[in-house]
Design a protein around this ligand. Structure first.
Ligand code: HEC
Length: 177
């Protein structure tokens, strides 16, 4: 049932999940299992004939990343265009346009934060459920801020957005898998 629902909603679920909206798709009708299996087969048939909506495009990923940049308010500390923070109200984050960080390193920093600084860890379950920097699973070490608001796919989209729009780098390769 779950996998049929996932199949039925897959083209939209990719985009929605990246936007952090999640799958709040209600199951409509009394006979949910036959209804969803019927639409699952028609979805499979239609995706075979109209491929373009089957996978999130680079543009979708970058749009999702932009959404997270705004949702997480990275700009408060790093500047509206990632140029570095100077607000008196927020800690000054460094310029991300010139950081030179490769996508994997940037993803790790976005996921696990930077211990002993004001840069939070943004990955859901960082430290407690997903190991960070070789620490055993458990509470984050003291001095480490954890927001834990986003999935890895969402943070990959965010890093892609920073790399492409702010750093003028190519689309990260892991996003094309
Ligand atoms: C509360 C302020 C704050 C927020 C919000 C914040 N950062 Fe940071 N960030 C920092 C600070 C401060 C540093 C520098 C830490 C240090 O090196 O001392 C940093 C460092 C970084 C670095 C490492 C840069 C480098 O060249 O070493 C990256 C990448 C980064 N932040 C990305 C993000 C992203 C993406 C977001 C949004 C999800 C974000 N930050 C939100 C404060 C913040």
């Amino acid at each position: 049932m779950l996998s049929k629902l996932a199949l039925r909603t897959a083209p939209f679920a990719v985009v929605l999940a990246l936007f952090g909206i999640g799958l709040a798709v209600p199951v409509i009708g009394e006979d949910a299992s036959s209804a969803s299996s019927a639409s699952a087969s028609s979805a499979a048939a239609s995706s075979a004939s109209s491929a373009p909506i089957a996978a999130a495009s680079d543009a979708d990923i970058l749009a999702a990343g932009k959404h997270i940049w705004q949702d997480a308010a990275c700009y408060n500390c790093h500047g509206t265009n990632g140029q570095g923070g100077h607000s008196p109200d927020f800690p000054a984050g460094p310029n991300l346009r010139t950081s030179g960080l490769d996508p994997d390193t940037m993803l790790q920093i976005a996921e696990c934060g930077m211990p002993e600084t004001r840069m939070p860890a943004w990955l859901k379950g960082a430290y407690s459920e997903v190991a960070c920097y070789g620490n055993p699973l458990g509470p984050a070490p003291s001095g480490t801020l954890v927001s834990g608001a986003y999935s890895e796919d969402e943070l990959k989209a965010l890093v892609a957005y920073i790399q492409v729009n702010f750093m003028k780098q190519p689309m990260p390769t892991w996003s094309a898998q």
